[in-house]
Design a binder for this molecule. Structure first.
Ligand code: NAD
Length: 312
């Protein structure tokens, strides 16, 4: 049995990871400051004898004896990470330093939830891990993008200088039950608008593409990455490489919810990437993994969750 710390464990991805690692017979310590996470996401785990919850902000040091650490703590949607940009940078930078310090002291292996946003608005498609990205240093998304980039740099340097065992996962758009209703992300926005029969808002002309990964695929991938040999640190892209335009996504959600919603178009926000598709050949090779959940089936499960939440 391993004792595993999940920072940001009450969030969307973190709560699924807590559940999955507990089901495999591990002891899980979940720590979260509940900025975007919710007790509701982990309420069903609270009575589990091997589950522990610590309310804590990772910009402050944390002391615990653990074997593995997953650092997922960071608001992930633009609405939330732009709410307090300085705090977002502090969470990525100071939070990583604190988690890496803990890994160094305890000898724990540590995984960083990095992001496809480290590639910014890419001029290379699809993006392999050795692409260095095109981030606007001063743009409205930079508190998140540059925070994640700096966190990767910190991880690599703790590995080189202090032999900390690190893993870096570059996560692409992930969706599924327990996403927040009001996070402004495209999947949750469209589903909520569709089930309420309200107009679906598309920013730009809808021809921009995204690739959407179902949560179960991501959980399998990050656990597989944690279990790779110590010499493999990543970074590794984790996502689904099926590309779909935003307009196609809107039409699919309207069909699956049997909605009467129409579509309205609004201007594209600054620095919004036009195309996003992961190159997951490294993940396929090193993790012996690939996404298996089909978009339509994943959306159906997510729609059910949102209907339940909205009591529709
Ligand atoms: N969901 C995606 O598509 C996606 C894509 C790329 C990367 N990621 C990364 O994966 C991680 C989890 O994302 P998510 O979608 O579950 O988002 P989320 O907002 O649901 O989860 C983040 C969790 O971290 C907690 N948190 C934030 N700041 C904290 C702090 N200072 N101290 C302690 N806890 C803090 C929040 O309360 C929340 O529970 C994030 O690091 C995010 O950047 C997510």
């Amino acid at each position: 049995m391993k004792r595993i710390l999940i920072a940001g464990g009450a969030g969307f991805i973190g709560s699924h990871l807590c559940e999955s690692l507990l089901n495999e017979g591990n002891e899980v310590i979940c720590t979260d400051n509940f900025f975007t996470g919710a007790k509701e996401n982990i309420a069903h785990l609270l009575g589990h004898p091997y589950f522990e919850l610590i309310r804590h902000d990772i910009t402050m040091p944390l002391y615990a004896e653990v074997d593995e650490i997953y650092n997922l703590a960071c608001p992930a949607s633009p609405i939330h990470y732009q709410h307090n940009a300085i705090k977002t940078i502090k969470t990525s930078v100071m939070g990583s330093i604190n988690m890496l310090g803990l890994a160094k002291r305890t000898g724990a292996k540590i995984l960083q939830a990095s992001s496809s946003e480290v590639y910014g608005n890419p001029d290379v498609h699809p993006q392999p891990e050795n692409y260095h990205g095109n981030v606007n240093i001063l743009g409205p998304r930079s508190c998140y993008d540059e925070g994640k980039r700096c966190a990767e740099t910190l991880f690599m340097n703790y590995h080189i200088q202090n032999n900390v065992k690190i893993k870096i996962a570059r996560i692409f758009n992930t969706y599924g039950p327990r996403m927040m209703i009001n996070d402004g992300r495209v999947v949750s926005n469209f589903i909520v608008q569709a089930i309420r029969n309200r107009e679906i808002t598309i920013y730009g002309d809808g021809k921009q593409t995204r690739s959407f990964q179902y949560i179960d695929d991501l959980i399998d991938a990050i656990k597989a990455l944690m279990d790779t040999e110590d010499s493999f640190t990543g970074p590794v892209n984790l996502g689904n490489d099926r590309e779909i335009s935003i307009i196609e996504l809107a039409e699919m959600i309207i069909r699956l919810t049997d909605s009467k919603s129409g579509i309205v178009y609004q201007p594209l926000p600054q620095d919004d990437p036009l195309q996003r598709k992961p190159d997951i050949s490294l993940a396929r090779e090193k993790l012996k993994w690939e996404p298996t959940n089909d978009l339509e089936k994943g959306l159906i499960k997510t729609i059910e969750y949102f209907k339940e939440k909205l009591k529709i």
